[in-house]
Design a protein around this ligand. Structure first.
Ligand code: ATP
Length: 536
């Protein structure tokens, strides 16, 4: 992982935000190569999910044809949105402070206590304690420990304790210096939303939040989209945008950041077809990652244990990737695909629903001390009428929710390769090559004159000018050709085009393939078409 982090900085994929001032934890800037990679990734998602979707034919394995449209909503929304979505009350992590060092830790990093076992001092994590807390806390604790327990079957809610002996990697569970922790304060709730105030005189009523997910913008615009675009259920709305979470311990490079981008779809369907659509989206989203180059050996689809499911969810699956910063056998979430029932639309209509309603019973509106709903809904009718059957219902929602930064990180990790290639003298030499999928590669081709003299530069500049109109290409005439190849290999550029002595005679150039190292001669007049075909 260190090699990947250092390449990202050296080649301009990623920089720490505000680095000249010492940086700010959990915030990252994309450099000249990184910004192209992330744009390509988001464009691939937008094309494959939204703009390139053909609504006239059912895609393979889909229950029926369906429509997809896009949205771009604001980051700051009406405060009521977050009350009815549940984020205001439930979007918490739990933190503890070490009384001695004054350092702060996330609850799930250090929950537990030191015990004496014979002459050994061991750290015991008790799930029984978590059980007494909010359901949400228990759910998070279960998810956290279940992922990390060597033998997941041993871990149930009724388990009294889980010792570190049963965990794979203590450093991942505890902050590095947590082993020397003294006494900890009691866990305190910490809402992960960034607070802000509307207007100059903002009082308590003007307090709102930077969105912690893009999804709510879609739900509150459901009716606008229905009325303006005349889409029919089943259909999906997609959005790409920034989200903010004040993570207590941002870590693992960009994996857990405080500002990040999400690519989310809310797919609205008939309740009786929702399970089919849930399965469809799970499989389709997994296939998207492998089509863009993630190895299926490094990916898993993890169905949530019933204990982990949010109260309203009938099913949730995470697509997870074996990031190199995790111990062998562990995976980190790339995307969650959740069956959310009608929870969100109903909450925005009727007010916040009681998350503690017993399973299988209709959701109850949570009442305040005056017997009125705790948070008022919009009062707007967000139900849908099937024009054929005349049936009216609140659609069920399947939500494939992906992170653009986590996906970019996974593609960078997957692409990093060390192998050998011939140098200028034809001897094999080790090289670092980023084997990024051509759709994701920041630079699609680089153009080199073999030497600057003898008219080669003029032809190379002409080739560059022509290609630049169609593709992101790069011109380089510095250093030996071998060195120039190496620089492009590290940037993940799939093709290098060299103008040499023969080009002056016959107006042909060589195309060198980054992965196979194969070189072919192509007429300059055919170059754009040839590259477009290879990159498609
Ligand atoms: P985690 O359990 O890792 O905190 P989550 O289950 O809270 O993630 P979701 O709320 O389902 O995440 O968000 C959907 C997607 O958004 C995640 O799969 C991930 O790709 C991305 N995401 C969420 N939190 C972050 C973060 N702090 N930094 C970067 N990406 C994130």
């Amino acid at each position: 992982m260190d090699k990947i982090v250092s390449l990202c900085k050296r080649r301009g994929f990623l920089f720490q935000s505000s680095e000249i001032y010492g940086g700010v934890q959990g915030f990252w800037d994309y450099g000249p190569l990184g910004v192209e990679l992330k744009r390509n990734l988001k464009e691939a998602w937008w094309h494959d999910m939204i703009s390139g979707h053909n609504e006239l034919v059912a895609p393979p394995e889909a229950p029926s044809p369906f429509e997809m449209v896009g949205l771009d909503c604001t980051i700051i929304m009406h405060p009521q949105v977050w009350k009815n979505s549940g984020h205001y009350d439930l979007f918490h992590d739990h933190m503890v402070d070490c009384r001695e060092s004054k350092k702060r830790y996330r609850f799930d990093q250090v929950r537990g206590r030191w015990c004496q076992k014979g002459d050994q001092k061991i750290f015991v994590t008790t799930l029984a304690e978590a059980e007494q807390e909010l359901d949400e806390v228990r759910r998070r604790a279960m998810k956290f420990f279940k992922l990390r327990a060597k033998n997941a079957d041993q871990l149930t809610v009724s388990d009294e304790s889980l010792t570190l002996d049963q965990l794979d990697d203590t450093d991942d569970v505890l902050a590095p210096d947590a082993k020397s922790l003294g006494t900890l304060t009691e866990p305190r709730e910490f809402n992960l939303m960034f607070k802000t105030t509307l207007g100059a005189l903002g009082g308590e009523d003007d307090v709102t939040f930077l969105r912690p997910e893009t999804a709510q913008g879609i739900f509150v615009n459901f009716k606008n989209v229905l009325d303006s675009s005349r889409v029919k259920v089943p259909f999906g709305i997609g959005q790409i945008g920034k989200s903010f979470r004040n993570e207590i311990t941002p870590r693992n490079f960009t994996f857990r950041s405080r500002e990040f981008e999400q690519m989310e779809i809310e797919f609205f369907c008939q309740p009786d077809q929702s399970q089919q659509w849930y399965r469809y989206w799970r499989d389709r989203r997994l296939a998207w990652y492998t089509a863009l180059g993630l190895s299926s050996n490094s990916l898993i689809m993890r169905e949530h244990h019933p204990e982990e499911l949010a109260h309203y969810s009938v099913g949730t699956a995470d697509i997870e990737y074996a990031f190199p910063f995790l111990p062998p056998g562990e995976y980190g979430e790339l995307e969650g695909i959740a069956h959310r029932g009608d929870f969100d639309l109903r909450s925005h209509m009727e007010g916040k629903l009681d998350p503690k309603s017993p399973e299988g019973q209709p959701m109850q509106v949570e009442l305040n001390e005056h017997g009125k709903p705790k948070y008022r809904g919009s009062g707007k009718d967000l139900s849908y009428r099937n024009e054929v059957t005349n049936e009216r219902f609140v659609p069920h929602v399947i939500e494939p929710s992906a992170g653009a930064d986590r996906a970019a990180l996974a593609f960078l990790c997957e692409a990093y390769t060390e192998d050998e290639a011939p140098n200028d003298k034809g001897e094999m030499e080790s090289r670092v090559v980023m084997k990024l999928h051509p759709r994701l590669a920041p630079i699609k081709a680089a153009v080199f004159p073999l030497v600057k003299k003898g008219g080669m530069s003029e032809i190379a500049k002409e080739v560059y000018g022509e290609l630049k109109q169609h593709l992101n290409v790069f011109y380089d005439d510095k250093g030996t050709v071998g060195r120039r190849y190496r620089r492009q290999d590290e940037a993940g550029t799939p093709y290098c085009i060299t103008v040499d002595g023969d080009s002056l005679e016959d107006r042909t150039v060589t195309i060198r393939d980054r992965d196979t190292l194969e070189q072919t001669r192509v007429k300059i007049d055919d170059l754009t078409t040839e590259l477009k075909q290879r990159l498609a």
